[in-house]
Design a protein around this ligand. Sequence first.
Ligand code: ADP
Length: 396
Amino acid sequence: MPTPILVLNCGSSSIKYQVIDVDDESRLATGLVQKIGLVDSSLEHTVDGISHRIDRMVADHQQALELIVSAFGMYGPPLADVVAVGHRAVHGGEAFRQPVQIDAGVIDKLRELSPLAPLHNPPGIAGIEAAMADLPDVPHVAVFDTAFFSTLPAEAYTYAIDADIAKEYSIRKYGFHGTSHKYVSERVAELLERPYDEVDQIVCHLGNGASISAIRGGVAVDTSMGLTPLQGLVMGTRSGDVDPGLHAYLAREAGMSVAEIDRLLNNRSGISGLTGGTSDFRDLADRIAAGDVAAKLAYDVYIHRLVSYIGSYLAILGGIDAITFTAGVGENDDAVRESVCDRLAPLGFLLDDEANKVRSKEPRRISQPDSPIQILVVPTNEELAMARETQKVISA
Ligand code: ADP
């Protein structure tokens, strides 16, 4: 008997979904509703390699879910076979340290956490409510982006600010992309054929959003994203670390409002901000090859930040067995991996240049046989990880 699980990832204007059979880990369907709330919204639903597109205006998440349900009705697989629904929940705050089955109490708690993730939790809740209305007979499970980092020690998650204010407003480092960091780090232990709790490692999740984690014996001890997903590495459109004094300076000197500064740092910064609009690493590489000075600087700033974090986590862990690259940039961009490892070669990161250049969708080792630190590429699969977590909750 297959065990299909529907995995839903609701953003503010999109819903991505997959049906995964957790028995053989096959993907039975994938889909995406885009531009929710706009006149040209559409759904793309793929089964057995065939994509079906429906162009229809959907006003909100409820209508988007109804469209998804009708696509399953028309093209399959039958939703009646689905045994559970796993929802991506971005911010679990201090309340949720692991995935939970969703009930009214959980939804209330997620609502309370919304101020911590104003862009992510409200659409997530809208998606959960719509899916529970459409699929009332199966368990729904929330899988939190923050959960894997609930093990961070106090010295890593505490910001050095007034302790009373921090407590009152739940200000601390939470970390994000946890589902990916957990999945990838577990795969690394499998690839190294060693018990998870014996491997000390660093995982670099380099996508459009980017974060890095330090994991000691299967326990996350530090990560670069913080109270929000804005902290840390340079990203496609997000600044990552800046001087916190920048906010006051911009407010004072440029007369910018809090909302304007927030938009600047989230949407008009990172690689895009430095290049005047290019955030994709393929386009960045083209511009660098054409001699574009701004593109080259953006790349150098990105690598500099990444190398600083790796050095810092190497120090925190007191040495590592492996470093792994994952997500869109980490999996595909051999130049980024080479730039990072070349800088770190004196610290034991010996890259095999040939292996690094091989393009593949498979997990692979790209270090020299005698490299003190193993260097790996492991494609992330957040949907599969969510489906597995969902199954664990429903079979507990
Ligand atoms: P997210 O899930 O954060 O949206 P992804 O992990 O899908 O991001 O990564 C998307 C990014 O990966 C793109 O913006 C692009 O910069 C990078 N990317 C994707 N494919 C390639 C490639 N072949 N070469 C270099 N970079 C790539």
